[in-house]
Design a protein around this ligand. Structure first.
Ligand code: GN1
Ligand code: MG
Length: 360
């Protein structure tokens, strides 16, 4: 890999680079913070785009440019102050593109948002703010004039994810299927129901809307007072069911344990977080959501731990080719934690349905 300073020099930064060090905990791209010496120059975020996963970088960056320009315009129209902290700002590279190819990898640079924080866990108050912010994010993008490309085709298509898992099981390239048969059975017994979104879409009952599709709690920036500044990690913004954004936040934000908790006793679905997030989300999204979308929010809460289990398990069976791992069993541990979360969501489903009715 090329020297990071050389890469940064290909972008039109202001200020002198002081240091470049790793940032964040993403499982896909490599991210660095670039600090500048001058107090009046911004700091930056440098990212190596995972090109094996995002194969069409032109499309990827085109989507992000369309989305950020549209949000910026909306914020300007609202007379929003501090726009620079509320929408990502990409820095052009040599040649005028928003990315640079070093012959091997694709890189991009954005302005670092100062005095902003991300969290791995949030309290109910922050969750309510997050729910409202994701509803607003979807609302702001509802009239996006461009048609966005699918940066990862079939990204949240449950039927496709199950097919990937079944293909992995059939190939069993590293001989791991025999040790995970009980998990596979639990997955298969829920498969048909979990593909309900695709079924409803085929029947013309469930629309696709522009969604973020990676609403992990740590993809959201908060200010010093806990107000949401903006949503980051826009690589997967694409048409999907609103279940994606609602469900993936709860998968991460309402888990009382870690995504990869080895102690399953830590992993449960936190109803306080669920309630707060749902209250916030419905406040800003109720006006445009269809009844079928609202009714199925508890399904969305189950769908994402389920889908994530399927994806982690497929990667484990395939010999860990997709997600970054820290130890050999990591994807299996992740799978078990997500399955435990799913069971807890299932137990809480009637309570969730009742709460949603109260909110309406
Ligand atoms: C990946 O890059 P990161 O960590 O924000 C993944 C998500 C998964 C998540 C699981 C492009 O997100 O879909 O839900 O890991 N992103 C991609 O933690 O596959
Ligand atoms: Mg991320």
């Amino acid at each position: 890999m090329k020297d990071l300073r050389t890469i940064v020099s290909k972008f039109e930064l202001t200020g002198t680079v002081e240091e470049i060090k790793p940032l964040g905990a993403g499982l896909i791209n490599d991210t660095y913070k670039v600090t500048t010496q001058e107090s009046d120059a911004p700091d930056y975020v440098l990212q190596r785009i995972n090109h094996a996963i995002f194969q069409n970088v032109e499309m990827l960056q085109g989507n992000i440019a369309a989305v950020t320009a549209h949000i910026r315009k909306k914020l300007e129209e609202k007379g929003e102050k501090e726009i620079e902290r509320k929408v990502l700002h990409f820095v052009p590279a040599e040649g005028g593109k928003t990315f640079w190819f070093d012959g091997e990898s694709y890189w991009r640079v954005m302005v670092f948002i100062p005095r902003a924080f991300t969290y791995e866990t949030v309290n109910p108050h922050y969750s309510e703010c997050a729910g409202e912010a994701f509803g607003q994010f979807q609302a702001m993008l509802a009239d996006l004039p461009q048609q966005l490309g699918e940066t990862i085709p079939d990204f949240h298509n449950m039927e496709f994810r199950l097919k990937q898992l079944r293909d992995a099981v059939e190939a069993d390239p590293v001989g791991r299927v025999k040790e995970v048969q009980d998990i596979l059975d639990a997955i298969e017994s829920r498969a048909e129901r979990m593909c309900m979104a695709e079924q409803l879409h085929r029947e013309g009952k469930l629309p696709k809307r522009v969604c973020h599709c990676d609403t992990k709690v740590n993809n959201m920036m908060f200010d010093e007072e806990g107000r949401v500044l903006c949503v980051i990690d826009l690589d997967t913004v694409m048409p999907s069911y609103i279940f994606s954004d609602y469900g993936d936040f709860l998968r991460t934000g309402a888990n009382t344990g870690a995504e990869d908790d080895a102690d399953l006793n830590n992993v449960n679905f936190n109803m306080e977080i669920f309630k707060a997030f749902t209250r916030g989300y419905l406040r800003s999204a109720k006006s445009f959501l269809l009844p079928i979308e609202i009714e199925n929010l508890p399904y969305a809460a189950a769908l994402f731990p389920y889908m994530q289990s399927v994806r982690f398990l497929a990667d484990y069976i395939n010999g860990d080719t997709y997600y970054k791992i820290k130890y050999p069993e990591h994807n299996l541990v992740r799978t078990k934690a997500q399955m435990k979360l799913l069971y807890s969501v299932e137990e809480h489903t009637p309570e969730m349905q009742a709460f949603i009715q109260e909110c309406l």
